[in-house]
Design a binder for this molecule. Structure first.
Ligand SMILES: Nc1ncnc2c1ncn2[C@@H]1O[C@H](COP(=O)(O)OP(=O)(O)OP(=O)(O)O)[C@@H](O)[C@H]1O
Ligand SMILES: [Mg+2]
Length: 419
């Protein structure tokens, strides 16, 4: 509006112009705020649904429509109770207007189960009462799964400890009640108590090992190790048990397979667990093969194969889980805790490899795990290696230049693994 002079009309035009500019600023600001809010709602990782006082949906963001698998447009004006399939009980609590949250279980189109926590916040307005509700939807599938596996783990540990404890208790009572004086029963009961105590020690040791692996507390002390030597040594460790069962091991390794970078103690534990399983679940006179293969992708595969009882298809998927056993009672009678394969899996994972199993019921089982053949970014660390044995080879293999340098300056001494 043109402003002429400074008389009343002029001042009025000025005031009008000022008001117009303030109004358009305010409108622009309002628009900006609206856009900001819309973009926040669209990009939120939680779902948001707003309803009016009759529980009809008036707003729903993209995440909410993804979670509930409904079209944003179609959900408009729908009843929220219907949309979320709330029970009558939940509807009653919601109607009272107190804040409330509930857990919805849903299934994706692929059939995977997922869980949504919905938190309702009623919007109160003075004198009018409840004018609507805001529902915030959070995907808590992972959280709930973790919580469930934690609960299952605690239940399993308690159960596994309770069994030997109950046995110990009843046998000590029997000893107290007079069995101690019996020349035959006394030593027999004492040996049962000893066995059960050893079983509990084994269980607790395994649990501590797993917890150290979980917390990544135990740093891997990787060294170059000769694969064939390692397989021969593990077969030697079990030679007595194998002889007892009339099992003769077959050892084989690809020509190219020489050394591998591993924490020897940990990988020995993996091999021990796999071989003890093969021996436990294979009848007398069975066969056992240990094989090392170069996968030609920088990985070494080691497999332990037996021709024993095998594992049913339905159990194979869960066999690496903690405490999972095909036949709980049988395994427990054999002294098993059901932790062997899960420990093996954690150790292999920590080395950057994978572990899997092929098995046919009644025909046998083959467990294979992979390990990286070379240490990532390995070099010869100054002062760590002497020029003898494995250390010599390691320097040459990974950093010949540094090795020569160190040789000439005489800096090599005190190899870490004592060679
Ligand atoms: N080679 C195998 N042949 C047949 N079944 C096997 C074999 N290896 C494992 N299993 C099955 O998998 C289950 C889990 O094995 P895992 O080594 O984890 O536990 P475990 O042997 O029962 O106890 P632990 O090793 O802790 O003493 C076993 O109880 C057994 O049912
Ligand atoms: Mg085992």
């Amino acid at each position: 509006m043109p402003e002429f002079g400074s008389d009343e009309i002029g001042q009025l035009s000025k005031a009008f112009n000022y008001m117009t500019s303030r109004l358009s600023d305010a409108l622009a600001q309002n628009e900006e705020e609206k856009e900001k809010l819309a973009s926040i709602l669209t990009n939120m990782s939680d779902g948001v649904i707003a309803t009016d006082e009759n529980n009809k949906v008036i707003l729903m963001n993209r995440r909410a429509s993804e979670m509930l698998m409904v079209d944003e447009e179609l959900a408009g004006n729908m009843d929220i109770m219907e949309l979320l399939h709330l029970t009558e009980e939940e509807q009653a609590i919601l109607a009272q207007g107190t804040m409330h949250s509930t857990l919805l279980e849903n299934e994706t189109f692929e059939g995977d189960e997922f869980m949504i926590r919905v938190t309702f916040t009623p919007i109160h307005r003075r004198e009018i009462g409840i004018v609507g509700t805001i529902a915030v939807l959070q995907d808590v599938t992972e959280q709930e799964k973790l919580e469930a596996s934690r609960r299952e783990f605690v239940a399993n540990v308690s159960h596994e400890l309770r069994t030997p404890l109950t046995t110990i208790k009843s046998y000590t009572e029997a000893l107290e009640d007079g069995a101690m004086q019996d020349a035959e029963l006394g030593p027999k009961f004492a040996s049962v108590i000893q066995n059960q105590t050893e079983r509990m020690i084994r269980l607790v040791t395994d649990l501590l090992h797993l917890s150290r692996l979980d917390s990544k507390e135990a740093e891997l002390r990787k060294r170059p190790m000769n694969v064939m030597d390692m397989l021969e040594e593990v077969a030697d460790r079990f030679s007595f048990q194998m002889q007892e069962k009339g099992i003769k091991p077959n050892l084989s390794a690809d020509n190219g397979v020489g050394t591998v970078w591993i924490d020897r103690d940990q990988i020995d534990q993996v091999l021990d667990n796999l071989i003890s399983n093969a021996l436990k679940y294979t009848p007398e006179g069975g066969t056992l093969s240990l094989e090392a293969r170069d996968m030609h992708d920088g990985m070494l595969a080691i497999s332990v194969q037996d021709n024993g009882m095998g594992i049913p298809k339905k159990d194979q998927e869960r066999i690496f889980e903690r405490f999972y056993r095909v036949d709980k009672a049988r395994s427990r009678n054999m002294g098993g805790t059901g932790l062997g394969l899960s420990i093996a899996r954690e150790i292999v994972k920590a080395h950057g490899g994978t572990i899997w199993l092929q098995s046919e019921l009644g025909k046998g089982t083959k467990v294979t795990f992979t390990l990286p053949l070379q240490e990532q970014g390995a070099g010869c660390h100054e002062g760590k290696y002497k020029i003898t044995g494995t250390c010599f080879a390691c320097c040459l293999q990974f950093d010949p230049e540094l090795f020569l340098n160190l040789s000439s300056t005489g800096q090599r001494s005190g190899c870490e693994d004592g060679k």
